[in-house]
Design a protein around this ligand. Structure first.
Ligand SMILES: NC(=O)c1ccc[n+]([C@@H]2O[C@H](COP(=O)([O-])OP(=O)(O)OC[C@H]3O[C@@H](n4cnc5c(N)ncnc54)[C@H](O)[C@@H]3O)[C@@H](O)[C@H]2O)c1
Length: 313
C-alpha cells in the first residue's frame, strides 16, 4: 500500500510519515516537499529507516520534490499538511488566503495525472478541504479533512479525566468548524453507553471550562512547544487505518455536505461520517438538540464566509 505526504518536512508531515512507516500494511511512502526542504527530507528518510531497522521492518521511502507530482500516482491516500503554520497571534481563518494558494497549486498539479484520496490537514482545514475538492475535480467521497477529529479526541480526554473513567468508555464528538465555532455534542456523549446527563457528577461538569480548553488546545500547544505533532499525526493514522482496513468507523471528519444534515449544503465541515475503503462512505444525518443545531448553523456560516473569500483565489 502506497501513501504520499505533501509537506513531509514539517512537524506533522514528518511525524505522520514516521508513524505510517511503522504500520505493517504500508510498504511505500513518498515524502514530498519544496526544493529547499529536500535535504531535510533525506534526513527524515534516514532517521525513519533507523527506526524501522530497530523494529525489524522495511518499507520503501522515497524523497521527491513538489515539482513532479506525478509520483503521487498509485497512492491510496495523499496526506497534505503543507502550508504556512499558524502562529499564536493568528486565528485559523487568518491563514486561509495564503494556504489556499498552496493547496490549489498542489491539488491542480497532482490531479492532472493521479487518482488518489486527498486527506487535508492544512488549516483552516474545512476551507482547505473544499478548496482541494473543487480544484481537484475529484468525487466528494475522495476528499476530506482532519476536521474536528482531533478536537473530539481532546474533548474525550477531558470527559474521561473529569469522570475518572477509562478513555475507551467515553463516546463523544465535536462537529462544525475546526476552530472557534466548533460544536461539542453533549447529546452524543455517553460513558459506557450511559448518556452523560444521567451520570452522577454531571450537574457539576465544568462544561465551559472544558470547551475552552479544547478550543484553545492547539494554540496552547503552540505557545508551550512551538506546535503540535503527536496528536494530529496519531489522529491522521487512525483515519488512514480505517480506510485501508475498510473499518466503516463513525468518525468526525471535514466532509462535503450535500443536504444530509438538515438541508445544509455546499460546505466542507466537521460532521459524523462513516469512513471506509472509499474514503467518506456516508455523511450520517444525525438528529441533535435545537441549541446544538443553532450553533452548528452558525459554524457553517463562519466556514462559508471564509470559503467565499478564498474560492476564487
Ligand atoms: N487539522 C488539524 O487538526 C490540525 C492540527 C494541527 C495543525 N494543523 C495544520 O497543519 C499544517 C501543518 O502544520 P505543521 O505544524 O506541520 O507546520 P510546519 O510549519 O511544521 O510544516 C508545514 C509544511 O508546509 C511546508 N510549507 C510552508 N510554506 C510553504 C509554501 N509556501 N509552499 C509549500 N509548502 C510550504 C513546509 O515546508 C512544511 O513541510 C498547518 O496548516 C497547521 O495549522 C492542522
Amino acid at each position: 500500500m502506497k501513501v504520499s505526504v505533501i509537506g513531509a518536512s514539517g512537524r506533522i508531515g514528518s511525524m505522520v510519515s514516521f508513524l505510517l512507516a511503522k504500520e505493517p500494511y504500508i510498504n511505500h511512502i513518498n515524502l514530498i516537499s519544496r526544493e529547499k526542504s529536500l535535504n531535510k527530507l533525506k534526513g527524515i528518510k534516514m532517521d525513519i529507516y533507523d527506526a524501522l531497522a530497530a523494529e525489524g521492518r522495511d518499507a520503501e521511502i522515497e524523497v521527491h520534490s513538489e515539482k513532479d507530482l506525478s509520483v503521487v500516482d498509485g497512492s491510496e491516500i495523499t496526506i497534505i499538511p503543507a502550508g504556512v503554520p499558524r502562529n499564536d497571534k493568528m486565528s485559523r481563518l487568518d491563514l486561509a488566503k495564503e494556504n489556499a494558494k498552496i493547496v490549489k497549486n498542489y491539488v491542480r498539479n497532482l490531479s492532472k495525472t493521479c487518482d488518489t484520496k486527498l486527506f487535508m490537514i492544512t488549516n483552516p482545514v474545512d476551507v482547505m478541504t473544499q478548496k482541494a475538492l473543487v480544484e481537484s475535480g475529484y468525487e466528494k467521497n475522495q476528499v476530506f479533512g482532519l476536521g474536528t477529529h482531533l478536537d473530539s479526541m481532546r474533548f474525550k480526554v477531558a470527559i474521561a479525566k473529569y469522570f475518572g473513567v477509562h478513555i475507551d468508555d467515553v463516546r463523544t464528538r465535536i462537529i462544525g468548524e475546526h476552530g472557534d465555532t466548533m460544536v461539542p455534542l453533549l447529546s452524543a456523549t455517553a460513558i459506557g453507553g450511559i448518556p452523560i446527563n444521567r451520570l452522577p457528577g454531571f450537574e457539576n461538569l465544568p462544561y465551559q471550562k472544558i470547551v475552552d480548553f479544547v478550543k484553545n488546545g492547539g494554540k496552547r500547544i503552540i505557545e508551550l512547544k512551538g506546535g503540535s505533532e503527536y496528536g494530529p499525526a496519531s489522529a491522521i493514522v487512525n483515519v488512514v487505518k480505517c480506510i485501508i482496513h475498510n473499518d466503516k468507523r463513525l468518525l468526525t471528519l471535514s466532509a462535503y455536505l450535500d443536504g444530509e444534515i438538515d438541508g445544509i449544503k455546499d460546505v466542507c465541515i466537521g460532521a459524523p461520517v462513516v469512513v471506509g475503503k472509499n474514503g467518506i462512505e456516508e455523511v450520517v444525518p444525525i438528529k441533535i438538540s435545537d441549541d446544538e443545531f443553532k450553533a452548528f448553523k452558525h459554524s457553517v456560516e463562519v466556514v462559508k464566509n471564509c470559503w467565499n473569500e478564498v474560492k476564487d483565489i
